[in-house]
Design a protein around this ligand. Structure first.
Ligand SMILES: NC(=O)c1ccc[n+]([C@@H]2O[C@H](COP(=O)([O-])OP(=O)(O)OC[C@H]3O[C@@H](n4cnc5c(N)ncnc54)[C@H](O)[C@@H]3O)[C@@H](O)[C@H]2O)c1
Ligand SMILES: [Zn+2]
Length: 359
């Protein structure tokens, strides 16, 4: 059990890692109002809803529960509206609390509702996916999707605290564990040779025993970045985008073929290849990243990817209007260079070669 403090100018808070779910009520006893709205999804609520509810209920606390369909499709303004309407119909006040129990969809959605209801009420995140534990629940980004794009409506809003029980990962499907591992590999490449080495030397089927360490180290890396650039204003947060410039293009252009972590895995392979070809890192770095992705059964091979679809997306993406793309590129394991601007034509030329260099 560890408490990691996220130090921010206003509203520092703790991330409780490895705590038992049924103890969460102890932290909510004082403060946080009389009413707690627990937001969860149809997969997670039957597994952990009662434990959280029983831990908080009683002692003058009233619980309201909202259970939404699982997955990205629930992350809409329409669902946010339903949550806000419930808050109002239950006469929740400014001192009351929204607690999210679930993955990143649930914390983004509930965090957004908490940020906007009465201009902001308490928000507690209880992430239950590996991805949400190492990424989505840390850093204060909340929001919902619009039909034309992801996360287009939202707010920076920090939780009062984040609380995670590693045991919740025992019910998480392997496919979802992999999405989180992709982000952990990202943290290794951008900042931590220790994470990378540990992943390298652990047989993948035994990785679960190292998850507590990997989660805590990942949180510390995200914390370090967020503390320096809370609202994405001075560019320091850009480092977290490693693998994501290309990853995002793959995710969108290959509609629902790859999950987010898988797209980022391919993105990391592609961006490390670009880095090697631009002379920023050695071939060994590219091969180490590729081997890591392969060992953890994440996609790394572009031979079955429709490259033209990615290139079309890159060419017409708004972010690249002036014909350039911005990358975070690996210089070594644990070290990256942010803000590397490359002409789209050059990116395309380099990536056309990638399948020929597979090995
Ligand atoms: N705010 C941020 O900084 C940030 C960062 C990264 C990602 N995100 C967002 O996070 C979302 C993705 O998060 P996610 O991967 O956690 O997705 P998710 O919330 O959809 O969860 C994935 C699946 O796992 C199920 N699940 C969750 N916990 C479980 C458990 N313990 N046992 C069994 N099943 C469980 C869910 O019901 C769902 O089907 C995206 O919407 C993304 O935009 C936000
Ligand atoms: Zn990501």
């Amino acid at each position: 059990m560890k408490r990691i403090k996220i130090n921010l100018k206003e509203g520092s808070y703790f991330v409780y890692t490895g705590y038992p779910l049924n103890d969460i009520g102890k932290l909510i006893k004082e403060g946080y109002g009389k009413k707690t709205l627990i937001l969860s999804d149809r997969n997670v609520h039957p597994l952990y809803g009662k434990t959280v509810k029983d831990s908080i209920a009683g002692k003058g606390k009233e619980i309201i529960e909202i259970v939404v369909p699982a997955g990205e499709r629930a992350k809409t303004l329409n669902t946010a509206f339903k949550i806000l309407k419930n808050c109002a119909e239950n006469n929740m006040g400014r001192n009351d609390t929204i607690l999210t129990l679930g993955g990143g969809v649930i914390s983004d959605l509930g965090g957004f509702a908490a940020a906007t209801y009465m201009r902001g009420i308490h928000f507690i995140a209880v992430p239950t996916t590996l991805l949400a534990q190492v990424d989505a629940s840390i850093g204060g980004k909340t929001g919902v999707n619009l039909p034309v794009g992801k996360n287009l409506v939202g707010s920076f809003y920090q939780p009062s605290f984040v609380y995670m029980d590693y045991k919740t990962l025992s019910t998480l499907p392997e496919k979802e564990i992999k999405q989180g591992l992709a982000e952990i590999i990202k943290y290794g490449v951008i900042k931590s040779r220790e994470i990378f080495n540990l992943l390298e030397k652990t047989p993948p089927r035994e990785i679960k025993k190292n998850l507590p360490f990997l989660i805590e180290e990942s949180i510390k890396i995200k914390k370090g970045v967020v503390e320096k650039d809370e609202k994405e204003k001075n560019g320091l947060r850009e480092i977290l985008n490693f693998g994501h410039t290309l990853g995002h293009a793959i995710e969108i252009s290959h509609l629902s073929k790859f999950f987010h972590g898988e797209s980022v895995a391919l993105g990391m392979a592609g961006e490390t290849y670009i880095s090697w070809k631009k002379g920023l890192c050695g071939k060994n770095v590219y091969y180490a990243v590729k081997k890591m992705l392969k060992d953890y059964s994440l996609p790394y091979d572009f031979s079955s990817i429709e490259m033209d679809k990615i290139f079309d997306y890159l060419k017409y993406d708004k972010k690249a209007r002036d014909g350039n793309l911005r990358f975070v590129l690996a210089q070594n394991i644990g070290k990256v260079k942010s803000g590397v601007v490359i002409k789209i034509e050059e990116v395309i030329k380099i990536l056309r070669e990638i399948s020929k260099d597979e090995g």
